[in-house]
Design a binder for this molecule. Sequence first.
Ligand SMILES: Nc1nc2c(c(=O)[nH]1)N[C@H]1C(S)=C(S)[C@@H](COP(=O)(O)O)O[C@H]1N2
Ligand SMILES: [Mo]
Length: 411
Amino acid sequence: MGNNRQIIQYRRRFLQSAGLGLLGLAGMSGKIRAAAMQTLPFGNGERELVVYPQKRSLLRITTRPPHLETPFEVFDESVLTPNDGFFVRYHLADLPLSIDPDRYRLTVSGHVDTPLSLSLNALKAMGRVEMVAVNQCAGNSRGYSSPRVFGAQLGNGSMGNARWAGIPLRSILEKAGIRSGARLVAMNGLDRPVLPVTPDYVKTLEIEHAMSDEPLIAWEMNGQEIPFLNGYPVKLIVPGYFGTYWIKHLCEIHVLDHPLDGLDSFAMNRAYRVPDNECFCVLPGTVPDRTRPITRFRVRSFITSLQNGSRLKAGQKILLKGIAFDGGSGIKQVEISSDGGRNWEMAVLGRDFGRFSFREWRLDFVPENQGEVMLMVRATANSGETQPMTASWNPGGYLRNVVESVAITVA
Ligand SMILES: Nc1nc2c(c(=O)[nH]1)N[C@H]1C(S)=C(S)[C@@H](COP(=O)(O)O)O[C@H]1N2
Ligand SMILES: [Mo]
């Protein structure tokens, strides 16, 4: 895939840009001019707000490679997460800083009849479908694992919901012609391994999944081109599946008749694995005997209109708001409890943007008794899946979906 990449040395550019603030970020298309590092204090000081091209202030998790979380208030703004507020996650420090849309090619190779090399215009000429879908990092909420686990200590902001436009992955695979015996479809992006320390980032989908209606090759996010850091010019959307599969700067699709092996298999065979049992969990602190790749989201819900420490007046009605989502059956109901889970009140669901989207919910709520109150939110999906009252544990800190609570004070 060497010829369709235009990389400017990251380190030099990055150092040069330090101190430039936001200068030169306007009018950017397909280009990172500067990774501006305007830092601001945040909360208890453990996380800083940083500004990157095309992004509002986001929470810095790591700088090389960039890993930025969405401040949770953003989810209260709208059911579609604004592009400039959408989280960013990279594994490889050698990421492209500039991509020429005229030179970009998406190649399809391997176990196919006709290998392809498609320009951006050729892709766009193949059609256009839209889908609203949540992207959630597998490590979202990992920081709440107890006992603590290795890896980035993420809060709840490594997720976002957007309207994606592009073509089904299937259309491209059909165009190339899948040969019989094909088992997996491997996806790679323009970012490169930093060898020998960091292997390339390659993910595979089972052929049946790749040929289903679900995965999309998208070039548009909320009606605009995809922000550079979210995968410009083309990103793989895998609705209901964790972000680890949503390859950014997608440039290579390789059809395999055998499992992925060697160094390239790191992100499938070594990382992003969960215990291979029904709860995807083990006793805290222990190691699973067998693991398998993480796949779909579990059902989750959040209160977005209040934070820990919010103060309310007893007897005064407020509108409680939040979001819920699952791995693709859609949300059936959302309930709220203010008495530790003994009684639950049914929230009203908002507009339905499709079964892979955040579903808004609201509830008129009157706090009655003064003091500290725990508000809990619990969603149930159309599949019947609901959220447990106690968290299970796995060594990756993946798949958190316990009932979340917000501690408020009623005065
Ligand atoms: N090319 C490329 N694609 C990638 C990754 C990466 O490191 N490189 N990280 C994945 C992971 S783990 C996540 S959570 C999502 C994050 O998508 P976003 O940065 O657009 O929010 O991108 C995925 N796609
Ligand atoms: Mo991720």
